[in-house]
Design a protein around this ligand. Structure first.
Ligand code: ARG
Length: 459
């Protein structure tokens, strides 16, 4: 069969060129949005007087048959099908004859593919948003259930200060909440319809683009045809969004890989989200989180790859833009797999509060001792130095800080009184941090309540 664009060509395309040129192997998944957009377009050009109502109905119902073939897995892709757009039109022609040739009036694959891709991404975002919500809810629930659990907080991966386990976990809620905000914001820029831009210069038909946009669920129409056919900012933006979200998931995963290591043992991951070793019978590996961490590298690569593709292309459509799909689809697929796995792994892991307790070291209360002095008028810099000497003394004698007597403390600084010994209490320490955003029970409960309110879930 001759090519859609074959009129001016004498010679057939080299098969290797065909192979190189075609995108059907990866854009076939656009079949649904492609057909929906074409049906809406047929109605629009009928309203513009290009199709009779009978022709419109023929085209719309012919497309319905093509839709069913895809839907039921009966559509046969032919070797000459270059991309999803030509495949659908080829099949429509077989089904309804030459009238199919009127569908593409005033349209180019340039505005068609840009429209399809935006529609496809909108649907993908709905799924991702629901999956993200599930993860956020799981975080909230786990945080609520573990409000009493205290564990070491780290900076530089060194024991720093005690924190509530919920506080650590909720820190990821807020990262994901920013991802959610970015998603909502980005959606406004994706919901812009390029259809009606033609190849680059707009359409000569008096199409009601607003009505067409509305029919397809777009909120606006593009303002400039040259921009519309080549704007892939939304793909880059989505890939950045995907990258940022992945980075957050990767960091959560990294913490949990550490926490589930038997040497630390703060959590035990369920069998459902871990795997064994073919050689070492005892192994239980945190593959779910390792894969999330590993795949994040791939998603970062997709973003930088697309930006490199976009950076040098001249105005309007260039075939380079066909390279937008594989990174986009890969990032969507990866995240749609990863999000439920992370949610499941979190929901099914067991906490081991006694292990967390055992990892709490008095040294993590050194700051509280300094704060005790500050509350009694010692400038912080000086208290820091005094407590440094206290830590040094305990270290020199190889004893925990709380084993130092009041006399030991007073030898270092005469201002210490018996009340200073009350700082050797992890619960007291987290409760000291009452200000919003801190580790005190009420502060953590307040952020959980805030998170619930954001998610629209009643307590
Ligand atoms: N398969 C092409 C793509 O994905 C469709 C647009 C083709 N446009 C063209 N002028 N050759 O970008």
């Amino acid at each position: 069969m001759s090519k859609l664009w074959g009129g001016r060509f004498d010679q057939p395309t080299d098969p290797r060129m065909d192979q190189f040129n075609k995108s059907i192997d990866f854009d076939a998944r656009l079949w649904e949005v492609d057909i929906l957009a074409s049906q809406a377009y047929a109605r629009a050009i009928c309203d513009a007087g290009v199709l009779s109502e009978a022709e419109r109905d023929q085209i719309v119902s012919g497309l319905e048959k093509v839709f069913e073939e895809w839907d039921e897995g009966r559509f046969v892709i032919r070797t000459e099908d270059e991309d999803i757009h030509t495949a659908v039109e080829r099949r429509l022609t077989e089904l309804i004859g030459p009238v199919a040739g009127k569908l593409h009036t005033g349209r180019s694959r340039n505005d068609q593919v840009a429209t399809d891709l935006r529609l496809y991404l909108c649907h993908a975002l709905d799924v991702l948003e629901a999956q993200l919500n599930e993860l956020q809810l799981t975080i909230i629930q786990t945080a609520e259930q573990s409000i009493d659990v205290i564990m070491p907080g780290y900076t530089h991966l060194q024991p720093a200060q005690p924190v509530r386990f919920s506080h650590w976990l909720m820190s990821f809620f807020w990262m994901l909440q920013r991802d959610w905000g970015r998603l909502e914001d980005m959606r406004r820029r994706i919901e812009v319809m390029p259809l009606g831009s033609g190849a680059l210069a707009g359409t000569p038909l008096s199409i009601d683009r607003q009505a067409l946009a509305q029919r397809l669920g777009f909120s606006r129409v593009s303002e400039n045809s040259m921009d519309a056919v080549s704007d892939r900012d939304f793909v880059a933006e989505f890939l950045f969004w995907a990258t940022m979200l992945s980075v957050h998931l990767s960091r959560l995963g990294e913490d949990l890989i550490l926490f589930s290591n038997p040497a630390i043992g703060f959590v035990r991951l369920s069998d459902a989200y871990t795997t064994g070793s073919s050689l070492m019978p005892q192994k239980k590996n945190p593959d779910a989180f390792e894969l999330v961490r590993g795949k994040t590298g791939r998603i970062i690569g997709k973003l930088t790859g697309l930006l490199a593709t976009l950076k040098g292309i001249p105005s309007t459509y260039n075939k380079d833009l066909q390279e937008d799909k594989e990174p986009l689809f890969d990032a969507i697929d990866t995240l749609q797999l990863a999000l439920p796995v992370v949610t499941g792994a979190l929901a099914t892991m067991a906490l081991r509060p006694s292990k967390m307790q055992a990892a709490l070291d008095d040294a993590m209360l050194a700051t509280d001792l300094a704060d005790w002095l500050v509350a009694r008028g010692t400038p912080f810099r000086q208290s820091h130095h005094i407590v440094g000497q206290v830590v040094h003394e305990a270290e020199r004698r190889g004893i925990p800080l709380r084993a130092l007597t009041l006399e030991d403390l007073q030898r270092i600084h005469p201002g210490f009184t018996a009340d200073a010994l009350s700082v050797w209490d992890f619960e007291r320490s987290v409760e000291q941090r009452q200000a919003p955003g801190g580790t005190a029970r009420d502060a953590v409960l307040a952020q959980i309540a805030q998170a619930r309110a954001i998610m629209g879930v009643l307590e």
